[in-house]
Design a protein around this ligand. Structure first.
Ligand SMILES: Nc1ncnc2c1ncn2[C@@H]1O[C@H](COP(=O)(O)OP(=O)(O)OP(=O)(O)O)[C@@H](O)[C@H]1O
Ligand SMILES: [Mg+2]
Length: 449
């Protein structure tokens, strides 16, 4: 084992017990029956009644069922990892190397799985076949989604000369809610109430925002939780490379890009989806990750009165703006103004605590002066106290909302306090994302604003 690996916590996988001779015989028989069934019916899956009956046959030991399940539905050696909800990421880095995982609390870990090239290839083939795509020398990269929603990136040699790789961002069955994020201190109720007013905009002036941060800092997750503040009367369109968002809203159109086929045709880019969404009368456009030409389309839409949110990969507010105004996004300086807030998020490793995720800054884009964008810092993270502090003297976007609504500054502050109290009151309940949505909608109903 490599020297560095000795420092990593170990993730020990459960090994399947060896089957007895009798069990093995039964196992082979059932497997043959299942193969026969699937030959007759190509669309057969493991949830089919006939297969369930075979698997559940009381004579079968649980070991047989487990092994069959892995054989038919499984992803070989990494299958057990896929079923562990404590893992954020599964990482296969090449042939005859250990598989690594990123644990929700323990961070990076090394597993006891060593995987051969043929085994990785088999898993990648399986994933590719499921979504009717190909991975080969001509197209050695595959971006895909597993049936459970997990996001996959796979590569094969020659682009990864040390063997095929797999990076799987596990899909969280129960998505985090705004309350979960407050409890884990990613943000506090102060910022949550602030963003609630901003995102809803008191039904009159919704703010546009970008969540920015490094790889795996939790941008998409924060974006997902913040959508709870979008009122139920709105029509939402989401645009993503790989479906990751799990919005609780019912009036929602989800769209996903498509890579070109083998002949290089049929590509559907983010830009195309975004342009199309503008013909679908959206109230709110949500772009999973802004990274290319679609930025200009998005900003044009925001400049003409649409509301939107998205994530962007950058390490600071300044870098976010630099990325937006340069190649390949090329958004004109003057258009950046249509974004009200940039929220910076970071993944931080703290000894004793493990990995934490924090919103570290919220900046308001207030305008342009001599070609320079003017920023107003609203929130700043204080690492020594591990607290997010409100640092603004005033906030233009919130003042604008009050003005449009015809209420005073004092009244909007009162509304902010009321929402903060409401969030605090509902905090203790362990609610899923749909229930959180209901709580927020109840607030709208009973406060009629
Ligand atoms: N606030 C949080 N607290 C705890 N875990 C979180 C938090 N936010 C995200 N996670 C977990 O971290 C992982 C990465 O989250 P997410 O996909 O939101 O990050 P990202 O910044 O969008 O990543 P990428 O750069 O790949 O797009 C996921 O497994 C997610 O469940
Ligand atoms: Mg993301």
């Amino acid at each position: 084992m490599n020297f560095e690996n000795e420092f990593l916590p170990k993730y020990v996988t459960k090994t399947l017990p060896q089957l007895t001779e009798k069990e093995n015989e039964d196992y082979q028989k059932i497997k043959e029956q299942i193969i026969q069934l699937s030959l007759n019916d190509q669309n057969l899956d493991l949830n089919d009644k006939k297969i369930k009956e075979l698997l559940n046959n009381s004579n079968n030991s649980p070991h047989i069922q487990e092994k069959l399940f892995l054989d038919i539905n499984g992803y070989g050696k990494i299958n057990n990892l896929l079923h562990d909800d404590n893992l954020e990421e599964i990482m296969v880095i090449g042939s005859n190397k250990p598989v690594y995982v990123y644990h929700r609390t323990k961070g990076m870990m090394i597993t006891d799985i060593i995987i051969k090239e043929s085994e990785i290839k088999q898993i990648i083939e399986k994933i590719a076949t499921q979504i009717q795509r190909k991975i080969d020398k001509q197209t050695p990269i595959l971006d895909a989604r597993l049936p459970d929603g997990s996001r996959v990136n796979a590569t094969i040699p020659p682009i990864t000369p040390d063997g095929s790789t797999l990076t799987i961002r596990k899909f969280k069955k129960e998505p985090y809610t705004i309350f979960d994020l407050i409890k884990s201190k990613t943000l506090n109720t102060h910022l949550a109430s602030f963003l609630w007013i901003a995102i809803e905009g008191l039904h009159i002036l919704p703010s546009n925002l970008i969540i920015s941060g490094g790889t795996s800092s939790g941008k998409t997750t924060t974006l997902n939780t913040l959508t709870s503040f979008i009122p139920p009367s709105e029509r939402i369109i989401t645009i993503e490379d790989t479906l990751e968002l799990q919005l609780p809203h019912s009036h929602l159109i989800r769209t996903e890009t498509r890579p070109p086929n083998i002949e290089g045709k049929g590509e559907v880019t983010m830009d195309l989806l975004l342009k199309n969404s503008l013909r679908q009368r959206p109230d709110r456009i949500i772009v999973g990750e802004v990274r290319s030409k679609e930025a200009i389309t998005l900003f044009s839409a925001l400049n003409t009165g649409h509301s939107g949110m998205g994530t962007l990969h950058a390490n600071s507010t300044k870098e976010t703006i630099t990325r937006l105004i340069n190649e390949p996004m090329n958004v004109p300086n003057i258009m950046i103004n249509s974004i009200d807030f940039i929220i910076m998020q970071k993944r931080i490793y703290v000894p004793n605590k493990g990995t934490i995720r924090r919103i570290t800054e919220v900046d308001e884009i207030v305008g342009m002066e001599m070609d320079n964008l003017q920023l107003n810092k609203i929130y700043q993270y204080n690492p020594s106290k591990d607290e997010l502090e409100y640092t603004a003297i005033s906030c233009n976007a919130i003042d604008q909302i009050a003005m449009m609504k015809g209420i005073s500054h004092k009244q909007i502050i009162k509304e902010f306090e009321r929402r903060k109290k409401y969030l605090e009151e509902n905090m203790q309940n362990d609610l899923n994302i749909t229930e959180v949505q209901r709580i927020i909608n109840n607030y709208y109903k009973s406060n009629d604003n």
